[in-house]
Every structure is written in C-alpha cells, then in structure tokens.
Design a protein around this ligand. Structure first.
Ligand SMILES: [Zn+2]
Length: 395
C-alpha cells in the first residue's frame, strides 16, 4: 500500500466510525472492503490518538461478542469563524460540529492589520470564556466572503472588506500555533453540509448559496473540488445572458445578476416605493409576504428569480451529473414560491437520464450553518492531517 493510498483508507475507516458508530471492527472491514488486520491496525492508531474509544460489546449469534467502537466527539475542539463585512461570527465546536460556545462581534473597517488584531482578540477572548484549554483546540476554520487561495490561505479578493491579498492562514498560524484552514463562505457551507447536513447522504452533490450574491461548492466522491487554482464553484459568475447586465466582476450577464436577492430587489423595488438601484437585504421577506397576499408584482418577482435560478441549476446538473443540488442560504425563506419553478425549468432543460434520480433540495435557512461549516472545514482538515499522520498531538 502506498502511503497516500493508506492515508485515504485510514481516513475512510475513521469516517465510517464517525458516521456509523457504535460499530465493530468486523463491520468496518465489511463496509470498507479492507481486511481485518488492516482495519485493526488503523483502529489501534485511533484509540491511541483518542478520537475513538471502545464502548461495550455488540450482539453475536455465537462465540465472542464483538467490541464496539465509538467516535469521541469531545476529544478535541475546533474554532469556526465566519467573516462578514461588518461582523465576525465565532463558534467553538466539538468534532461533530456541536456548538459549545458562540458569539457575534462587530468588525470595524480600520484596515487589514487592525481587523486581524481584532479577530485574534475575539478568538482569545472566546477560548478564555468557554474554559477549554487552548491545547484542546486542534484547528481553526474560517469562511470569507470572496476569492480565497485555499492552499496558501490567502484572501485573494474581498469586495468591501479591505482584506484582499492578506495571508490569513499564515498570520493566524503564527499567532495561535494550530492548523488554520481558510476558504470562501460557500465552500465552508458545502463542507458543513457534507459533514453534518443534507450532503451526508450524497457522494456527489453541488451546494448553491443564494442570498445577495450566488456562490457554490462542488463535492464529488465525497471531496470538495477546488479546481486548478482553487476557485471552482464560482457559479454566480456563470453567464446566463451573454449581452445582459454588467456585473461587479467585470463580466456581463452573470447568474447572480438574475437569480439573487439583489435581482429580486431590482425587479420589485419600485412596487414598494424604493429605488431599484439601491438594495435592502431583507427584501425577500417583504416580497414573500406580498406574494402570500396575492400581490401580482411579488409573485412575478419570485417567478423571475426562480426561472433564472432554474436556468443556472440546469447547467450545473448537466455539467456535474450530481446526486443532488442543495440550494441554501437566505433564499430558503421563499422556498414555497421558488422551488417549484426551479424544478420545472430543470426538467425542461435537462435530459431525462441525468435527472431521473436527481434530488433538488432547498435547505431550511439556518443562520448557524455557515459558521458551523467553517468549524467543519477545520474538523475536516484536522481529521485529514490526523489520518495522514501529520499531527502528532497524542502520539
Ligand atoms: Zn459576475
């Protein structure tokens, strides 16, 4: 077995324990397809590292009862951070993403170095208040609205945040001496869905985040796909109208100009006496309320973005042939109105074999999801490093 192959098998076995415990070594051998000696070797490592424990015995038809294994979720903790233009959310979770502490703090616009110092103080303060020793915290995951070079941990571009070109990973690793994983907000949400949410049920899925803009994350073979330069999943800038509206990215006719809440605002603002060139993030609530009262302009507005969301989702389905497309974020407030239109457009524009077993799902809106996803990015990175033997914390 090459070291890489061994490492991915080790991670797969740990994931089977994590998602299906209590489980015996022979069950693990059966579902992983690995022989018992290999599985036992891996399990011995996990027991020593403290992430797995023996917890009683199972039922056997005859002979010795098998020892059952459990995942020890509170053997370590992870910090998740979600940066926004004016605030930062922070959670401390166990290895199953259960929140043990959380806060939301304001973030001023005082330049990159003040913002970094402020983030560091929020982290230190949070860890102190929860009463967990810093040595129990094994990773830090951060979601950033913008383009991120994941490998380098550099924020390439953050419109409106003044953190472009900042080496966030390097800065935080030097300050806190734990592995730091930085990615864009949609990717951390996709990882959150993969580890703790609807994505657990699908090997191949695409997560699409729809709020003021549109972002996404592609999970194939259970792995987040980042593409050649780390920017895969920038669905908001797929072209849906080649001669269409100008976008902040410099392009024309981008998907987020037609399917986002900003597009909904543009289409409906004049009906509520507001300037279509401005924007109000809570527009969806206003429009959904009006649609429920039977207001035609509101229903037409929801139909408009629903149609374009369907057009984009149909392209994504044709490009990736996923088991599922999970649509999340604030758009979920309008699910009742928007989802049937998306389904119809996808059925019209995709060939039958590709949609025969496709699941289209609008996820319930949960404000916590993205920041727990950021913690999930840290957990994923930690488990990867643990099974690749790069972390020797317990050894
Ligand atoms: Zn664009």
């Amino acid at each position: 077995m090459t070291e890489n192959f061994k490492a991915s098998n080790r991670r797969a076995v740990l994931d089977f324990i994590r998602t299906r415990y209590p489980i015996s070594r022979s069950q693990l051998s059966r579902i992983s397809g690995l022989n018992k000696a290999t599985v036992s070797g891996f399990v011995t490592d996990f027991l020593r590292q403290g992430v797995v424990a023996e917890t009683g015995s199972g039922v056997a038809a005859a002979g010795r009862k098998p020892v059952l294994l459990s995942f020890v979720a509170d053997s370590a903790y992870v910090i998740g951070l979600l940066l926004n233009v004016r605030s930062v959310r922070m959670v401390i979770t166990d290895l199953e993403g259960t929140i043990v502490w959380q806060t939301r703090e304001p973030l001023g616009d005082e330049g990159a170095s003040s913002t970094l110092d402020r983030i560091a103080i929020i982290i230190e303060d949070g860890v102190r208040r929860v009463g967990i020793p810093f040595s129990s915290i094994v990773a830090l995951g951060i979601g950033v609205p913008g383009l991120v070079d994941f490998q380098a941990g550099v924020i390439v571009q953050t419109p409106n945040m003044g953190l472009s070109s900042v080496s966030l990973k390097q800065w935080l690793e030097m300050r806190f001496h734990i592995p730091v994983f930085v990615d864009n907000a949609a990717n951390v949400s996709a990882v959150g869905e993969k580890l703790f949410g609807a994505g657990r049920h699908y090997e191949h899925f695409v997560y699409v985040s729809v709020s003021t803009g549109i972002g996404g994350g592609v999970v194939m073979n259970g792995q987040l796909q980042r593409g050649a330069f780390g920017f895969a999943g920038e669905f908001g800038h797929m072209v849906v109208e080649p001669h269409g509206l100008s976008c902040r990215c410099g392009g024309q006719g981008c998907w987020e100009m037609y399917g986002s809440l900003k597009a909904l605002y543009r289409q409906t603002a004049r009906h509520i006496g507001e300037d279509p060139a401005a924007y109000r993030p809570d527009i969806l609530v206003t429009v959904v309320d009006a649609a429920a009262r039977g207001e035609t302009w509101a229903i037409e507005g929801l139909n408009y973005i629903g149609f374009y969301l369907g057009v984009g989702v149909a392209s994504i389905v044709s490009a990736f042939n996923p088991h599922a497309v999970l649509i999340g974020n604030e758009i979920a407030i309008g699910a009742k109105w928007i989802m049937p239109i998306i389904e119809t457009v996808v059925q019209t524009h995709c060939s039958l074999p590709i949609i025969k077993d496709l699941t289209l799902l609008m996820l319930e809106y949960d404000d916590n999801k993205a920041v727990v996803g950021a913690a999930g990015m840290g957990i994923d990175g930690f488990l990867d490093q643990l099974t690749h033997r790069k972390i020797r914390r317990w050894c």
